[in-house]
Ligand binder design. Structure first.
Ligand code: SAM
Length: 337
């Protein structure tokens, strides 16, 4: 069985280590580097057994997706006939499909969207049923050099259905890239937005996260010695404390209890965890913690271990994820015990 493994190049080693979760006794080997020109963040794997691609207990931190490869075809720019012929054999007319293409430096000069539309329309002409809203089958076409990797999976059967998170969040950021990170964290960790009435945001400047949660309707206490982009924020429900979080006297919060604590400060992960502990008693039971773990020196495993150890007394359900918009960092989620 062949698979495409999607893992950010910055966390390649950690991603490969994580593969064990998906195929306990499978012999997994990597296809020779560069053979298919798949770029830095996609690795072709061969496995002696089929991998278990999803399961309640499998929550990858570094792997963003694994696709089962059903065919590898040659194609030329603008000519997708062979791909259509292949899908004609593999799909069923009465079972709806959606195509997602990814063009990784291929000979096609077309963008992924236009390739999806062309192939989808050809299939519809042949009587197959496209459904972009709620398809039963997902078809992934990864184009690299002159190879097309055709991957097919039931909707919901993979780590996630959409390959291209960057395309999904196509809109322009109001303030900064950080806005996308918090949006991705809310999705990845299934955070219930309705529960957020009062949020403490530490390391809030220039205001991407504050802006995101304040637009959800929460009141936000934004802590940062640096300035916020006041003119872009909905300042009606944002109060800025112009200090480092370590200098805040907890007495000032007397009866206040927050529904979420967000920490995106650019400091050592252990320092962020200490701040999370400092403010833990000001959180409601069940409050969310979202904390950026900066991998300041490439020692990801060490920082993860330390952060978990420090947080585990006051927080449970700890999970970590390399989100699409994280660079040399991970996002940690936990719940106040
Ligand atoms: C990556 S930026 C945060 C981006 C922000 N979350 C956003 O969405 O715009 C890191 C911020 O952490 C702040 N910071 C660093 N140490 C801090 C501390 N001890 N207390 C509060 N803020 C801190 C810095 O001043 C900086 O503005």
């Amino acid at each position: 069985m062949r698979y495409l493994l999607f893992v950010d190049n910055r966390f390649r080693k950690e991603g490969l280590e994580e593969l064990d979760k998906y195929g306990k006794d499978a012999a997994i080997s990597l296809e020779k580097g560069g053979k298919y020109d798949l770029g830095n963040s996609i690795i072709m794997l061969s496995s002696s057994k089929s991998l278990k691609l999803k399961g309640k207990t499998i929550q990858p931190t570094f792997i963003s997706n694994i696709l089962p490869v059903s065919s590898i075809l040659k194609f030329k720019h603008g000519d997708y006939d062979e791909i259509v012929r292949c899908l004609k054999k593999k799909l069923k007319k009465n079972i709806s499909f959606k195509i997602e293409a990814l063009n990784v430096n291929s000979v096609s000069k077309e963008n992924a969207k236009s390739i999806e539309v062309k192939i989808g329309q050809e299939l519809e002409k042949l009587g197959f049923t496209a459904d972009l809203g709620n398809p039963s089958i997902m078809v992934y076409i990864v184009l690299a050099a002159d190879n097309a990797f055709v991957c097919i999976a039931k909707k919901g059967a993979l780590i996630k259905d959409s390959l291209d998170e960057f395309r999904k969040r196509h809109r322009k950021a109001l303030i900064n890239r950080a806005e996308f990170k918090i949006e991705e964290a809310f999705d990845a960790f299934d955070i219930d937005k309705k529960r957020l009435k009062l949020v403490l945001d530490i390391g809030a400047a220039p205001g991407g996260w504050t802006n995101y949660v304040s637009r959800l309707g929460a009141k936000v206490l934004a802590v940062d010695p640096a300035p916020l982009y006041y003119e872009k924020l909905n300042m009606k429900n944002v109060v800025h404390i112009n200090k480092g979080a370590q200098d805040i006297e907890l007495g000032a919060f007397r009866n206040i209890r927050f529904d979420a604590l967000l920490i995106d400060a650019n400091i050592y992960p252990s320092k962020s965890a200490e701040l999370a502990n400092k403010f833990a008693d000001k959180l409601n039971k069940g409050a969310y913690l979202v904390l950026t773990v900066k991998i300041v020196d490439r020692k990801a495993a060490k920082h993860i271990r330390e952060a978990k150890e420090l947080l585990s007394e006051k927080y449970g359900s700890i999970k970590l994820k390399k989100l699409p918009h994280n660079r040399m960092e991970l996002t940690l989620f936990a719940i106040r015990r």
